[in-house]
Design a protein around this ligand. Structure first.
Ligand SMILES: C[S@@+](CC[C@H](N)C(=O)[O-])C[C@H]1O[C@@H](n2cnc3c(N)ncnc32)[C@H](O)[C@@H]1O
Length: 270
């Protein structure tokens, strides 16, 4: 189940609960296109979004333990669709904006070396202490690196990470990273991720979309057309899943009844 209990709807959406679910056979569908969203509200929200989601926002979330995005279990889409990347156990997975997700441990259980980057030291430390692990710790002026048995968490700003820090990225897992960022930051996030990747790097990307007027992110609405705009020039892109969020999802229970999740497989071209 996706948990977002700290995310507040901006206002409830009154549209009926449209049946608009899946057309996603495993590993085969191409990314869909959508007409661009109307731009009438965008200039008003941009400044608000940037102010809302600066590093202090995230640090405060973790310090106050207001981490509704943290799932109590391994993400079901990861379990179902990871195989679609054709992952080999010896390949390294990069997890941007990783929080303390159980997904990190699951990926390690598949045999992968796992490298995450996360702003919050609370999240990085909690990941290990909640497993009864005392990680090794190294620091330089930009990052503190916590590591133990094939999992390393780089604590610091994702945008400061260089390809030298994380060479040999074979696979990427993006859950609640792209959609955690406001529109004005997403282009930069994608450019940086693409720069850290190499030819043949495969990515599993999970996105959320909803009528923007229904909710104030994060998580932000990222439509399939935007995913395509970000990645189609540099990646082969396949949509694996597109479905309304379940009725028991905390976002749906808070009134966001018109939200869909998509899952993409991507492969970086040269
Ligand atoms: C919505 S949470 C998702 C966490 C994780 N992917 C998950 O599925 O639970 C977004 C995370 O990104 C982190 N974050 C935000 N901006 C960041 C940045 N510039 N560099 C590194 N981490 C960042 C936040 O602290 C937060 O833990």
């Amino acid at each position: 189940m996706v948990e977002h209990e700290n995310f507040r709807p901006l206002r409830l959406h009154t549209a009926r609960y449209r049946a608009h679910t899946t057309n996603a056979a495993l590993c085969v569908h191409s990314a869909g296109r959508r007409e661009p969203a109307p731009a009438d509200h965008e200039p008003d929200r941009l400044g608000e979004e940037l102010n809302n989601v600066d590093p202090h926002f995230w640090h405060n979330r973790w310090i106050r333990n207001e981490v509704g995005f943290h799932q109590g279990e391994v993400n079901p889409h990861l379990r179902e669709y990871w195989i679609c990347l054709g992952p080999l156990p010896e390949e390294t997975v990069f997890v941007p904006l990783c929080g303390k997700a159980h997904d990190l441990a699951w990926l390690r259980e598949q045999g992968h070396a796992v490298v995450g980057v996360e702003l919050s030291p609370v999240a990085c430390r909690d990941f290990f202490t909640e497993r009864g692990i005392e990680p090794s710790v190294e620091s330089d002026e930009r990052f503190t690196r916590y590591f133990h048995d094939g999992i390393e968490l780089w604590c610091g700003d994702y945008f400061e990470l260089s390809a030298g820090n994380v060479p040999n990225i074979d696979l990427i897992y993006d859950r609640a990273a792209l959609i955690a960022l406001p529109e004005a930051m997403r282009q930069r996030y994608v450019a940086h991720l693409t720069a850290l990747s190499r030819e043949g790097t495969r990515t599993l990307l999970i996105t959320l979309d909803y009528p923007p007027q229904d909710f104030q992110g994060p998580p932000f609405a990222v439509g399939d057309d935007e995913v395509r705009d970000h990645y189609a020039a540099t990646h082969e892109l396949t949509r694996l899943h597109h479905q309304r969020i379940p009725a028991d999802d905390p976002l749906a229970q808070r009134g966001l009844i018109d939200a869909t999740e998509s899952v993409f497989r991507m492969r970086k071209r040269r």
